[in-house]
Ligand binder design. Structure first.
Ligand code: FMN
Length: 422
C-alpha cells in the first residue's frame, strides 16, 4: 500500500516531502511550526496577519502602542479614514518576522509566508505591496497568496529581483478562480509555482458561501487538474481542507495532486501558537460544537468553535491600534454594527453584537477559535490523562504520521507519564 513518502513535491529544483502546513493567522502557524516542517523536508508557513502585533510580541517592537498613541484622538469617531498604517513600520515588522524565521531554518524543506488579500489595512494596494516586497527582501522561500482573488498581486512585485526566483502560489476554491488568476496574470509572463485548492472543510475563512456543504474537495481538485491538463500547464496542485490521515493524503496524490496542505492536526502541537488551554478546547470540541458563520467582517464565511469567547462580544472597535480589516473605503462592517448597537442602546456600558465580530482584537487575543471541520476528531489522535487533559503532540509526530502512515491509521504519540489512552 502506498504512503505519502512514496511521492515528492517538485517546486523548481526543490524536491520536497509533499506535505505543506498551511498558514494560520494570527501567529497560530508560528515560526517554530513552519521550521519543523522545513526541517523534516516539507513546507511550512508563517503568516503576515496582524504582523505589527506579532512582532511586538515576538521582537519587542512597540508598533501597536505607537499607532494607538498617534490616533487616540479618533477612537470615538466613526470615520476611520485617517487611521493609516505607517508603511515603514509595516516593512520593518515583516522583515523582522521573516528574517528571524529564515535565520533559524535548517533542513531541506522550505518556509513560505501566507498573505491574505482581505487584510486590506485601510490602503489595500499600498500595504500589500509593502508586505510582499518586504517578505521577498527578507529572504522568504515563497509566498502563498490567500483570502482573495489576487488579480493584481503579481503586478505589485513584478519588478522585484526575486519575482522569478521565489516560489509564488495561490489558494483557490474553484477552477474559475484559478482561470481568472491565470488570465489576469498572463501579462507578467509568470505562472504560479503551485496552486492550493482549498475545499469547504478547511479552517479559517472559506472561499464559499453559506452553501459550502454542497461542495467537495475531490471534485474541485479534479476540475482544477483537468483544466491544467487541457491547457497543458504544469503547475503542482495541493488540495487542502479535511485531509486528516496519511491515507487520505495518499489518495489525493494517487489521483494526480502533487502534495497536500494541512493545518487542523497541527493546532494541537506544542509548536502551534495557540495558548495551551485553548488547544484543550480544540481537543474537546465535538462535531456539534463547530459552526460556519458570517461574523467575520471580511465578508467570507468562517469556521470556528461555537464557544469562542469573541462571538457576541461587543467590544469597542480598536481600529486605532489595529485596523487590519479597514477596507478601501476605510470601513469595517464590525464598526458599522457596533455603532448601530450603541445608538440603539443609549447609556449601556457594554452592548452585545452577534452579526459581526471585532476580528482584529479577538484573533490577537485568541478569542475566536477558528478550526477545520474535522477538529472534532483531534481527540482520537492522542492520549488523555486522569484529569481529562489531552496530551499535546509534537509537530514532528503529526508530520511523520502524515508522511508514513497507511490507510486511515493515525499513530498515537508515545505516552507521557501522566496520560492514559483517550
Ligand atoms: C486555526 C486555523 C487558522 C487558519 N488561518 C488561515 C489563514 O490565516 N490564512 C489562510 O490562508 N488559511 C488559513 N487557514 C486554512 C489552512 O491554512 C488550511 O488551508 C486548511 O485549514 C487545511 O485544512 P485542514 O485544517 O482540514 O487540514 C487556517 C486554518 C486553521 C485550522
Amino acid at each position: 500500500m502506498k504512503r505519502v513518502d512514496d511521492f515528492r513535491l517538485r517546486l523548481g529544483k526543490h524536491e520536497l516531502v509533499p506535505i505543506m502546513i498551511g498558514g494560520m493567522g494570527v501567529d497560530i502557524s508560528t515560526a517554530d511550526l513552519a521550521l519543523e516542517a522545513a526541517r523534516l523536508g516539507g513546507v511550512g508557513h508563517i503568516s503576515d496577519a496582524m504582523i505589527n502585533t506579532v512582532t511586538d510580541r515576538r521582537y519587542k517592537t512597540k508598533h501597536v502602542k505607537e499607532k494607538l498613541a498617534l490616533y487616540k484622538h479618533n477612537t470615538d469617531s466613526e470615520d476611520k479614514s485617517s487611521v493609516k498604517f505607517d508603511l515603514g513600520r509595516l516593512e520593518e515588522a515583516t522583515r523582522l518576522h521573516v528574517e528571524n524565521t529564515m535565520a533559524r531554518k535548517k533542513g531541506p524543506g522550505m518556509v513560505f509566508i501566507n498573505c491574505m488579500e482581505k487584510l486590506t489595512m485601510n490602503a489595500p494596494k499600498e500595504t500589500l505591496k509593502v508586505r510582499l516586497t518586504a517578505a521577498l527582501d527578507a529572504g522568504i522561500d515563497g509566498i502563498t497568496l490567500a483570502a482573495g482573488l489576487h488579480l493584481g498581486s503579481f503586478g505589485l512585485i513584478e519588478d522585484h529581483p526575486r519575482f522569478r526566483d521565489a516560489k509564488l502560489g495561490i489558494i483557490v476554491s474553484s477552477v474559475r478562480a484559478l482561470q481568472l488568476f491565470i488570465k489576469k496574470n498572463a501579462r507578467s509572463g509568470r505562472l504560479p509555482d503551485y496552486v492550493v485548492v482549498e475545499g469547504p472543510l478547511a479552517g479559517g475563512h472559506l472561499g464559499f458561501g453559506m452553501d459550502w456543504a454542497q461542495y467537495d474537495l475531490a471534485t474541485i481538485t479534479n476540475e482544477v487538474l483537468q483544466y491544467l491538463r487541457d491547457e497543458q500547464l504544469d503547475i503542482p496542485v495541493l488540495p487542502a481542507g479535511g485531509i486528516f490521515t496519511g491515507g487520505q493524503a495518499t489518495a489525493f496524490l494517487e489521483a494526480g495532486a502533487s502534495g497536500v496542505q494541512v493545518a487542523t492536526r497541527f493546532t494541537v502541537t506544542k509548536e502551534c501558537g495557540l495558548p495551551d488551554e485553548i488547544k484543550q478546547e480544540y481537543f474537546k470540541a465535538g462535531e456539534d460544537d463547530i459552526e460556519v458563520n458570517q461574523i467575520s467582517p471580511t465578508g467570507y464565511p468562517m469556521r470556528m468553535i461555537k464557544s469562542s469567547p469573541g462571538i457576541g462580544d461587543g467590544i469597542k472597535p480598536n481600529c486605532e491600534a489595529y485596523g487590519y480589516l479597514l477596507d478601501a473605503n476605510c470601513k469595517c462592517s464590525y464598526v458599522t454594527s457596533w455603532n448601530r448597537e450603541v445608538a440603539a442602546h443609549p447609556g449601556e456600558k457594554r452592548v452585545q453584537i452577534w452579526d459581526k465580530t471585532c476580528l482584529c482584537t479577538h484573533m490577537r487575543n485568541f478569542e475566536i477559535w477558528t478550526c477545520g471541520h474535522l477538529t472534532y476528531k483531534l481527540k482520537d489522535t492522542t492520549h488523555r490523562d486522569a484529569n481529562g487533559q489531552y496530551q499535546l503532540l509534537t509537530a514532528e509526530h503529526v508530520f511523520k504520521d502524515y508522511q508514513f502512515s497507511t490507510g486511515h491509521q493515525i499513530a498515537l504519540p508515545e505516552l507521557s507519564l501522566a496520560a492514559e489512552p483517550a
